[in-house]
Design a protein around this ligand. Sequence first.
Ligand SMILES: [Zn+2]
Length: 451
Amino acid sequence: MTRILFIFALIVLIALGAVWLSDHPGDVRLAWGGWVVETSVIVVAVLALVFAVLVALLYRFWVWLKHSPGRIGNVFSERRRNKGLEAISSGMVAIAAGDADEARRQAVAAEKHLKGEPMTLLLAAQAAELNADDRAANIYYDRMMQRRDTEFLGLRGLINRAIRDGDIAKARSLAERAEELRPGTEWVQKHLYELALKERDWDAADQILNRMSRGKAAKSDAVRRAKAVITYERARAVQREKGDAAALPLAEQAHALDPAFVPAAVLAVTLTFAEQGNSRKLRKLIGEAWKNAPHQDLAEAIRATGSGEQADDWRRRAEEMVAPNNPDHIETHLMLARAALASHDWSVAREHLLKAGGDHPTAGILRLLAELEEEANADALAAREWILKSSVAPPDPLWICNSCGRQEDEWQSHCPACGSFNSFEWRTVDRGMHHPDALEVEVVREITAAP
Ligand SMILES: [Zn+2]
């Protein structure tokens, strides 16, 4: 608006000047050296105006020239950028497809067009990983670590590498740095948790699990079991360092977290007896533990709470105090059968062994029946028959790793074969056929077999 007014005023001024000049005509005479120019004032005025317009145009041209290299450069850098982005997306597709050569080619192209961009570095590192080029991958991750905007991404790569190389301490310190950069990131928490477990740092694992499970997953059975296992291991560590009294609260906590978790039930009973003797609390605990976690190890622990007890006393206590809490369980029948065998009460022992065995007695139950025939009736023939049967009978339950199938007599928090945490389950081997992993293989086979 101001511009239009300005131009309008200018035109008016020029017109007024032209009118004024025509009203007051005059001559201009210019003499220079041998030259003499004579003309009217109007011509001089018009020439001056033309000169001014020319100077203005020249000035505009100069300004345009001054900025044009940037403009031309912008067009070029835009094209480079697009090429670089294309290379990055093609490279990412190649990585997803597992095409190592293509990934490396695209990484080189991206590096050429978009050098030093976060995505370029990431692509280069991933391509190096895919090509199993450890040195290059490390270089790119290190470069990512040096920039604030890519440090977190670089950490992720380096943590995974450290875990793969089995350098747990390094992986943990890198994960701690990642947690510092972005507190509460899920994958970082998961790594911190798993690494703490691997290093048997039970206190740290407990803290991280509490932090992680603060939300809705806090009530899931798996989380409660994991917490119970960790708390049990903390109790064991405290017991080794500070004795039974200090460990008891943790053992009780572990048992409360998952009453069906046998090792915690055993430890709670053992420590309660060690600290408080044969108290009312102990008797209540024994009843509740047998109800939720009946097991031969727990039976042994309960038996140990009757110090100086004779075989008959134990049989009576097992029958009157323990068994009624879970009367029909196979472990209850086995406990009563063993107690009866020890106190030479043959008919009761036979009755419980037959009940424990049901239609498909396990090898262990059949061997106890053989022992019974041998000791009760000195009937070697009958004993031999049970032994023969036991050789083709289903196996007894054991602690079996759900990840690799390893069998152990004693429960452990980590599988000694595959290193899995909390993978041991008390079960028989034949159930391994229905293991989820096997199922997964079946699913994959079905998919690949489909036409
Ligand atoms: Zn295993």
